[in-house]
Design a protein around this ligand. Sequence first.
Ligand code: G3H
Ligand code: 13P
Ligand code: ZN
Length: 307
Amino acid sequence: MPLTGPKEMFAKAYAGRYAVGAFNVNNMEIIQGIVWAAQEERAPLILQVSAGARKYASQPYLIKLVEAALVEADLPICLHLDHGQDFDICKACIDGGFTSVMYDGSHLPFEENIAVTKQVVEYAHSKGVWVEAELGRLAGVEDEVSSEKSIYTDPDQAVEFVEKSGCDSLAIAIGTSHGAYKFTGEPKLDFERLEKISNMLPGYPIVLHGSSSVPQEFVEMANAYGGEIPGARGVPEDLLRKAATYGVCKINIDTDIRLAMTATIRKFFKENPSVFDPRGYLKPARQAVKDMVQHKIKHVLGCSDAI
Ligand code: G3H
Ligand code: 13P
Ligand code: ZN
């Protein structure tokens, strides 16, 4: 099966009130763990590549690895650029064969964000590629840039933004944030705002970034086997499941995969200090990615057996 765009995935997700998982990929083991989980669950999948991933692994390697996954897996898989920071990176991914790109102009003034998003949309649509944009600002760290304060998405502006830019899906800010430290107090999402945006854009796919739940078992495991990730706290899974029933069709997860791999590798080295064959520790790490993604598909996204 060739790479697919997210159009049909989102239409089905919207109607079925579930979300498709968008998981960040950086190497073969991460791709395999995610794809094997989706294959077992018969779930649609978005594999997303950040600028950092392109820098780490290079675009051709990542594309070929995802294509290799498609040789084995009989699944709809979308290859998406995560947080494209300018027109050029979006164009490079579109030209390289991505089926979806995100242009992230959330740091720009409203009109400028519309203008660049529109430019990306025009190029992407001429090649049949989907465009996600972002309005509002998430707190947290992304591509080594940290933003302290979030700015929640204004519903009226969201409608105007979608109309004027022509973007196909919109990432909004309602309380999620990137990284492992999402909340200091009681974790909550602004469901009133989400419902309003969803009602004002009927049938339109909404995206949530920063949606790792930071499972305490992995934080404790990582801490127990060396290193410290103190005070880490993510978005409770039930809140994400609820968001998926309000028109959120794509939920982004990266931090939880990082945590699962790192905790597993730390544990492995503590228990097997003399092993130096990389397959020794990458195998359980890949299995941890698979287990994590399978859990997300079943209990957070609700997209098992959706294909
Ligand atoms: O939202 C950002 C993603 O977690 C990607 O992170 O830029 O470190 O690859 P990265
Ligand atoms: P997390 O840091 O919560 O995993 O968010 C990932 C993300 O939004 C990627 O774009
Ligand atoms: Zn993000």
